[in-house]
Design a binder for this molecule. Sequence first.
Ligand code: NIG
Ligand code: FE
Length: 403
Amino acid sequence: MTVKIFRHFSEIATLENAYKKDGRKLSPSDLGLIKDASIVYNHDEIIWVGPDSQLPEDYQHMDFIDASGKTCVPEIVDSHTHVVFGGDRAHEYSMRLNGATYEEIAKAGGGILNSMKGTNALSRSELLKLAQQRIKNIRSYGVGTIEVKSGYGLNFEKEYEISRIIHDLKNIVRPDVQIINTFMAAHAVPKDYSSSYEYMKDVVLPLLDKLGEEQILDCVDIFHEQNYFSEEDVISLFERAKRWNIPVKMHADEFNDNKGAILATKYQALSADHLLATGADGIEALKNSNTVATLLPGTGLFLGKNQANGRAFLDAGVKVAIASDYNPGSCHCDNLVMIASLAAPIYKMNMAELWCAITFNAACAVGLKNQGALIPGLRPRFSVFNTDSIDRITYNWGKNLAI
Ligand code: NIG
Ligand code: FE
């Protein structure tokens, strides 16, 4: 198998210790910074990482790519996006700035149901083309793995189409980009259903069975929130997902402390996301689980809400990830690296916590355990930036230094 070598990276952050500590309770040195560093790998795995001065003799005389002046980190993973949608909600954004709340906008026919109309107005190929361009944009910031949720079709046929579009995208963009296909037909209840229960029964559960049969889903997700989906809905969905052996995730405790984080851990969810309103009992449950707490600071910022108490999760020893939540409504920003730059001071994260939150912990949040650190034996997925220090990547917030 062909061996590839990069030599003379100004810096490589291996996150080796962060990986060994399972992404919890990290101190700054867990970043594992190596200067003038080299990495040797083949198609399947990393073979060697270390200071160039210690490069094993066998590799010293082989062809290599000169990475001088560049910085290498484990691959950045955006573990929460909603990139398949039609239309936009720029007008709602201005309404919000002019005083309306997210909930008020939703009640007035805006919100997710507005994007449902925009999505249903587009053909399969139009949706695919738009999503492909969005994935390309996300990739341009150095993000190599992208989780993509369905959930703006909100009827059986369109949701089926969207899950198939995500599956097609997966094949179109690999191996450069790795797509995780998440089924989220339980995103909002369309007006033609009298209750979330009816919608679950008629659309979500039968469609999960169909897609389960086709074996194209990587994860199942649900918006557990007042006026959206109840605890009973979550249980019915998660029990069905279990039948198909598909891991689950949850939009939890965003507006209210509905004990979503606790429920997520009961189902060994890969992640519980948002968590703005999670109480001490939710943090306790997460700490004793492998469920990743995925914080979405772009959404809090864009909606003008409070932020999750990131430090409380980190101090308790919860695995914390940061994702963009890129979507047409609550966070129309596709640049995870910039969001992470802003998040670190908000949550008072150290450098290891920051980088682990968008690499290893984010990979765990989509079920990938064999990447996220630069250690021999792990998959050779990494991101490269055109700058000579890791500090400069997030210091230059909003400036794209990715290669
Ligand atoms: O994660 N919370 C639910 N879903 C999205 C919002 C989607 C929308 O507003 O269109 C989120 O923030
Ligand atoms: Fe979301």
